[in-house]
Design a protein around this ligand. Structure first.
Ligand code: PGA
Length: 252
């Protein structure tokens, strides 16, 4: 089980430090649950320092697919590594929708993350319109195929996939446990086909989209749900801690 917090564009530096300290404390009882937070870029260094000596890992929210250069405003994989990040989110639906990131750009970011030893958290998910039209599996399959084109994942630990139905992000609506499990099983079988069963079976597939303390149990109890990518509820250490606590019930 892995519980990841995506802080998005929230928390200034003092708030990020305070939240990080709260998460560090909450994670003390996480047992075998892996805990990860993805703060805004400007707070990454400070949050990494707060987490030092604990098991909590830190990730970026995106990256630019070049090592360095004239790319005003962007942040590279080596920069993320240099402050202590182990992970990076790629292809979040907000990046795709608000900033026009294409599947090809998601692929370039994922390749770059992988090359620099950052574990990519690849986000996939359909819009409400696509689900209503019954196209959700096709959409997710195409996103997976495009994002992972040319990528060889030799070990399950080198990739995380987050299924985040766009209609459930920040809306208070969640996929039902059955909808989540059905899509996670579909993703699992795609990963097994693509990378071989010995690898695919162990790639963690997180659910994201309005996961909260009150609904975490029904989602995390599903066979192919291996954790959560949490936005809103990761901004309060007590809520995030409560979700971590639920996850401890599902570690082997
Ligand atoms: P949410 O965000 O939990 O606020 O719906 C999840 C995400 O976008 O990763």
């Amino acid at each position: 089980m892995l519980i990841a917090g995506n802080w998005k564009m929230n928390t200034d530096l003092p708030k990020a430090r305070a939240l990080a300290a709260g998460v560090r404390k909450a994670a003390e009882t996480a047992g075998d649950v892996e805990v990860l937070v993805c703060p805004p870029f400007v707070s990454l260094d400070a949050v990494c320092q707060v987490m030092r000596g604990s098991a909590v890992q830190v990730g970026g929210q995106t990256l630019y697919p070049e090592d360095s250069g004239a790319f005003t405003g962007e942040v590279s994989a080596p920069m993320l590594r240099s402050v202590g990040c182990s992970h990076v989110i790629v292809g979040h639906s907000e990046r795709r929708q608000l900033f026009g990131e294409t599947d090809e750009e998601v692929n370039a970011r994922l390749v770059q993350a992988h090359l620099h030893g950052l574990v990519p958290i690849l986000c996939v998910g359909e819009t409400l319109q696509e689900r209503n039209a019954g196209h959700q599996q096709t959409v997710v399959k195409e996103q997976l195929a495009a994002a992972l084109a040319g990528v060889d994942i030799a070990e399950a630990a080198d990739l995380l996939v987050a299924y985040e139905p766009v209609w459930a992000i920040g809306t208070g609506e969640t996929a039902s446990p059955e909808q989540a499990q059905a899509m996670h099983a579909f993703i699992r079988s795609w990963l097994n086909d693509r990378f071989g069963e010995t690898v695919g079976v162990d790639i963690a597939i997180l659910y994201g989209g309005s996961m909260k303390p009150h609904n975490a149990d029904e989602l995390l109890s599903q066979d192919d749900v291996d954790g959560g990518l949490i936005g809103g509820a990761s901004l309060k250490a007590s809520d995030f801690g409560a979700i971590i606590n639920v996850a401890t019930g599902y570690t082997a």
